[in-house]
Design a binder for this molecule. Structure first.
Ligand code: ACO
Length: 340
């Protein structure tokens, strides 16, 4: 018997404000910039994205996603002994969005009449941009396997609309806001049960400049540009290569092959990257969870958002094997292979 960590509940949150490509055409036209539904759909597969209202932060979206995940798992906030939030758009420089989230969850649990919240459990943010959720899941899995934690909330939450340059039509149409969360819980079995079976993480800092928000807070003002910069073609080329490699490495570590993948959930950035990855892994597109058309790229939130949508739609079922794959700024990339 071995100790594993398994997903017992999923949840997500999307801000109410939904912008279609037609809305983006209008928004950019106000700045004298042209775009079109045809261009966005053909190059990216994106049709709509959500933007958080003023005053709504990553912790607010994370809070709703976590409450939904806790309800799905049938557990209380007080049962949680670890919180990890993957985000590149935190509420503040510090403290962590995870600490803010912990407080919001605890207040809500107490208001519900619970005797305790999640007060006191370790809570921290993890920064790996769009690979953040697979990184966070891997860290939580390691902490659960070691016995340092028993039941974790692992969250991806972003408000990318706050760091977009609306004068740059190539990037501003791509991203959206949202959050996704899972409850990850310890279990023991001989390897045939549910749980994370393997993971494979990487980073290569020589590519920092191809996808970044270079600005920083310094001496009371913002030093450098605080908006997202991307060399789209360089990111595209790197992404298609590393996503195949990471999936194959995770499969090898688990002693499995492509035929063992029931569902592929790649980072939802661009439908063409997803199609290319599926082709390389010899998977038909009906085994690929696609939400990029409705959510755009929500960075660290994209994988748990897509997972929650596929679980709630009844597509992903208990016992099925799922490959999660992230890629993003850093450059970072990685895969987690798990059984539901
Ligand atoms: N509407 C209309 N035309 C546009 C738009 C737009 N929104 N944006 C760019 N164009 C034009 C350009 O001006 C250019 O015109 P020109 O030929 O007259 O100069 C033309 O379209 C082609 O532009 P490219 O930038 O070469 O377009 P490309 O085919 O590379 O597509 C894209 C751009 C969609 C960004 C693509 O490169 C891509 O998806 N890259 C990967 C991005 C990605 O996956 N990022 C995820 C990582 S996520 C993270 O970590 C945050």
């Amino acid at each position: 018997m071995k100790r594993y960590s398994r997903i017992t509940g999923t949840g997500s949150a999307l801000p109410e404000r939904r912008l279609t490509n037609a809305d983006m055409v209008t928004l950019l036209a106000q700045r004298g910039i042209e775009t079109s539904d045809d261009w966005i759909v053909e190059r990216t597969g994106i049709r709509a994205r959500h933007y958080a209202a003023d005053g709504v932060n990553a912790s607010d979206l994370a809070f709703t996603a976590c409450r939904n995940a806790l309800a799905a798992a049938g557990c209380r906030t007080a049962d949680i002994d670890l919180i990890i939030v993957a985000t590149s758009t935190p509420d503040m420089v510090f403290p962590s969005t995870a600490a803010i989230l912990q407080h919001k969850l605890t207040e809500a649990a107490l208001a519900d009449g619970d005797v305790a919240g999640a007060k006191g459990c370790p809570a921290f943010d993890l920064q790996a941009v769009c690979s953040g959720f697979v990184y966070a899941l891997t860290v939580a899995d390691a902490m659960i396997q070691s016995g340092a934690a028993h039941r974790a909330l692992v969250v991806g939450a972003e408000v990318f609309s706050r760091i977009l340059d609306f004068n740059d039509r190539t990037t501003c149409v791509l991203f959206g806001d949202g959050a996704g969360a899972v409850v990850l819980e310890a279990c023991e079995h001989d390897g045939s049960g549910p749980g994370i079976l393997s993971s494979d993480l990487h980073a290569d800092g020589q590519h920092v400049g191809i996808l970044c928000v270079p600005g920083t807070v310094s001496n009371g003002s913002i030093l450098g540009d605080p908006l997202l910069k991307m060399d789209g073609q360089a990111v595209f080329k790197l992404a298609v290569g590393v996503l195949e490699e990471a999936a194959r490495a995770a499969l090898a570590k688990a002693g499995k092959t492509e035929a063992d993948i029931d569902w592929l959930i790649p980072h939802q950035a661009n439908i063409r990257i997803m199609q290319s990855t599926a082709r390389k892994l010899k998977l038909p597109m009906d085994k690929v969870v696609v939400t990029v058309d409705q959510h755009g790229n929500t960075s660290a939130a994209s994988i748990p958002l897509a997972l929650d949508h596929a679980v709630r739609a009844g597509h992903i079922r208990p016992g099925q094997q799922v490959m999660l794959e992230g890629v993003g700024g850093g450059f970072t990339w990685g895969a987690v292979f798990l059984r539901m």
